[in-house]
Design a binder for this molecule. Sequence first.
Ligand SMILES: Cc1cc2nc3c(=O)[nH]c(=O)nc-3n(C[C@H](O)[C@H](O)[C@H](O)COP(=O)(O)OP(=O)(O)OC[C@H]3O[C@@H](n4cnc5c(N)ncnc54)[C@H](O)[C@@H]3O)c2cc1C
Length: 411
Amino acid sequence: MADVLVLGGGMVGVATALALQDAGRDVVLVDRRQVGEETSYGNAGAIQTEAVEPYPLPLALSTLLKIAFKRSNDVSYHLNALPSYLRPLWHYFRASLPARHRAISRTYAGLVRRATTDHAPLIAAAGADNLIRRTGIRFVYRSQLALDAAAAEARRLSSDYGVEVVLQSAAALAVDEPHLKPGLAGAVHWPETWSCADPGGLTQAYARLFVSRGGSIVKGDAATLHEAENGWSVTASDGPVSAPEAVIALGPWSAELLKRFGYDIPLLRKRGYHRHFTGGGSLNAPMLLAESATVLSSMQKGLRVLTGAELASLDAPPTPVQLRRSTIAAASVINLGTPVETEAWFGSRPCMPDMLPLAGKAPRHKGLWFHFGHGHQGFTLGPTTARLLVEEMYTGKAPVPDLSPARLRYL
Ligand SMILES: Cc1cc2nc3c(=O)[nH]c(=O)nc-3n(C[C@H](O)[C@H](O)[C@H](O)COP(=O)(O)OP(=O)(O)OC[C@H]3O[C@@H](n4cnc5c(N)ncnc54)[C@H](O)[C@@H]3O)c2cc1C
């Protein structure tokens, strides 16, 4: 029998498996697909040490009205999904009030600032350096007014959290990114951020490292999880696998599974879309076109165009309106070439209303651990929160910062 079952083979689950292994535990990783094929595949691949303040719910009436009338490309929604979002949105609203958001940001900054340090040994041991660029990320603006406002905000973040920032004129931007079309005002460049040319590939490289160190990966459905005589058991393709402890790392699917165990977790799933384009220009670093809520990142498959958030049920059919707008915005700054896929990819950011991931003990079940809810930065934070979780599992001390589910009194 293994020591621990890790359910879910995205960046968070794989990093958890590696951290447990590092602590001397015998681990079985369970996924219903190949590892790294879901959200950890479809993201922008940025290891975002600049993302010190998590996205709050917009509170300005003008922004909320734009969202309500679907005039914003940052956020959209499916009307029929809204009733299920009311509770998470209410908690998200409370956590987004300025004083609370400042306190949350201090915690969040402490996590993201160590992300590249926590990824570095895994990248090296997995032999995955060829996937990594250490060229930062750029927030790019067309209007001088928007660039000036962003520059002021960037100076604040830099001074509050010690993040390195470089403000770039249009000319400096054109030197660093020669494939961009003219007409941009300039950029805010965050040089410390890293990025990955194949996020699913990096997750899979970490999984191969886990296997090479003696771990095993099995195909199985986490929905079969049940309490067994000596802990926890799931049915895998080759029969049952059991262990005294189990970690739920199912990303956006975590809350569904935990309903069965009596936990009503207000997970906010913010869907995003992407599509690749080839034969056009490429970028040396990922880029946020801030005025159109569009992210561009050069990947092995081509230039990936990604969108902001859509509030939709997990299994609702795709409505890639934001992607259509983002594609138009992307084509105005770079020659896109032709689309690689006929259909857009979509997946959901698993966000907790207080914007902090969950990493800790299940409040009412022995040997059960939660590790999900990394929102917009799960690819960044997987290895960092995995280390904190494993520290708590084997020292018994709640780590600093406190990411434990017990902080959510409404659970
Ligand atoms: C458009 C977009 C852009 C993003 N950009 C970035 C970025 O640049 N940087 C960043 O840090 N983050 C980014 N994110 C967020 C990031 O992708 C997620 O936070 C992260 O991938 C979550 O990882 P995870 O391991 O928790 O979930 P996942 O990667 O989704 O893994 C969950 C796993 O659970 C498995 N699973 C689900 N149900 C079952 C079941 N019943 N049985 C067995 N297995 C099951 C799935 O197959 C999957 O492998 C972005 C997200 C989106 C959508």
